[in-house]
Design a protein around this ligand. Sequence first.
Ligand SMILES: *Cc1c(COP(=O)(O)O)cnc(C)c1O
Length: 428
Amino acid sequence: MTKTYGFDTLQIHAGARPDPATGARQVPIYQTTAYAFRDAEHAARLFNLQEVGFIYSRLTNPTVAALQDRIAALEGGAGAICCSSGHAAQIMALFPLMAPGCNIIASTRLYGGTVTQFSQTIRRFGWSARFVDLDDLAAVEAAIDENTRAIFCESIANPGGYITDLDAVSAVADRAGLPLIVDNTSATPYLCRPFDHGATLVVHSTTKYLTGNGTVTGGVVVDSGRFDWSASDKFPSLSQPEPAYHGLKFHETFGPLAFTFHGIAVGLRDLGMTMNPQGAHYTLMGIETLSLRMERHVANARRVAEWLEKDPRVSRVTWAGLPSSPYHHRVERICPKGAGALFTFGLRDGYDACVKLVSALELFSHVANLGDTRSLIIHPASTTHRQLSPEQQQAAGAAPDMVRVSIGIENAEDLIADLDQALAAASA
Ligand SMILES: *Cc1c(COP(=O)(O)O)cnc(C)c1O
């Protein structure tokens, strides 16, 4: 599938064609663990990575492969590796780059679960993260040392609607010879294409907008194919001989597909964070309508954010599409089709009013999720960002008097009416 097709065409056709065996028009769910080899020679070539094909579904599966190709096409990347969740995708993105003693520079504005994964869990692997405000480019530069292997950020950051200046951050990464990894979950490739702003890798929680209806967990790592892994000695997994494949060098052998092949042939083989074909099917179905849903998500977010901003019970609204947002000036350049549908707002009556508001809403669901067709709400300080210190909560845009909403694709006037009655209950 060539890149000359538009986004709406690619979201339906990329990676898929009628099934050669049956003519089935929709991508079949290949519910199989293994694939018959033609003969011993064929099996040997597959195991040596001399021929691309299907061996075992921990590594590759045709349904999952269709999804990988589709997401790679939508992001404008060279290849993609689907994983069992967004958090699995983050580990899979770091795994080929890191070794004990290595660190990453991570934005202070990240999904709460990512902050925990990076500040606690990866330390067990001997990796570490340095959290830096990515608006302070001098601080980013100062935090990089000879053991730094990547810079990590979100395009539209969770939970606050903060928009990262990807062009500026990727320029810093380029000067340091480091890959920039962008979590594009809340923007989706429809609103933001990080590779057009210099990113090296994109990760997604496909659990969110790409599937779109809250049915399955999944993740993906997409590779731009543009990073020179052999330019320094920092990335030996990709540039140096791999003992488990008879000394094969991934970058030398696979060029722009080095990261993708390594992710499948070593990452999925040995970490096993594989997406299952049923999950891939649900996400393929969701992606077919991605652009239509995102347009409605953004239009509804605008209606709700504008209404909230005028309400005296509300202290502030962080949607970057509002001219009052300090990130408004970045929307046009970074996410020209809209600032997403995820933002926070503050209540003048503080923490207790937030708790009351959440329970008084009828249409909004109180869940720890985002990117669903339905509108969702959560109070980060008492839930997703509970593990963080008060300073980390503030830095992450999850102060105690803020609630986070993920605006769905219902009728905007129904969402506004629900918020109106719940705000009345919360301030009573
Ligand atoms: C949900 C989410 C994740 C984690 O994804 P899971 O699929 O829940 O593992 C990572 N980053 C962002 C921005 C998310 O919204």
